[in-house]
Ligand binder design. Structure first.
Ligand SMILES: [Cu+2]
Length: 189
């Protein structure tokens, strides 16, 4: 059991590290997309996700009716469309999230849309807690993982245990043999 639980922990840690390093793509508004229809609450949508640097935000919309402006925090709040940091208008904009522990703000530049709620603020999670364990720990981890092998070798001992029980049987039969021999020798006298 010791081995399997250790193996399970190792497996989970590996999977978590792999998962945390895996980039994700988030469709803004999910299936509803980037729109003023359906009263989509983009704040709610954003707060339901955890964004990491390396992930991708995808805005899917009808380019005839909407666009995407990346704006400052204050322009996001005031729905100011005149000084965007970046502008996207393809109708299927994949925007890579770069920088961790940061905020990114997007609004629709079509008059009135931002005011109607077509705006989303993205908080990128700090990588320190998420990534420093995987990246910084790997060295320590790889060392511990070098240590696990020894445990895994002892755990390869499960077979040995069965052998040790066999050797126990062996030694006990040997003991019986010795006792028998001793008895024989004693009887010789
Ligand atoms: Cu719009």
């Amino acid at each position: 059991m010791g081995f399997s639980s250790k193996a399970l922990v190792f497996f989970l840690v590996t999977m978590m590290a792999a998962a945390s390093s895996m980039a994700a793509t988030y469709d803004v508004g999910d299936t509803k997309g980037w729109t003023i229809m359906g009263d989509v609450n983009y704040d709610e949508w954003a707060s339901s996700k955890t964004f990491h640097a390396g992930d991708t935000l995808r805005f899917v919309y009808n380019r005839d009716y909407h666009n995407v402006l990346q704006v400052t925090s204050s322009d996001y709040k005031s729905c100011t469309t005149t000084a965007p940091l970046a502008t996207y208008w393809t109708g299927n904009d994949a925007i890579p999230i770069i920088g961790d522990d940061d905020h990114f703000y997007f609004i629709c530049g079509i008059p009135g849309h931002c005011e109607m709620g077509q705006k989303v603020g993205i908080q990128v999670a700090a990588q320190v807690p998420a990534i420093s364990p995987p990246s910084a720990t790997p060295p320590p981890h790889s060392t511990p993982s070098a240590t696990p092998p020894p445990p895994s070798t002892p755990s390869a001992t499960p077979p040995p245990p069965s052998k040790s029980s066999a050797s126990y049987l062996l030694s006990s039969s040997l003991l019986v043999g010795l006792v028998g021999a001793a008895t024989y020798l004693i009887s010789m006298y």
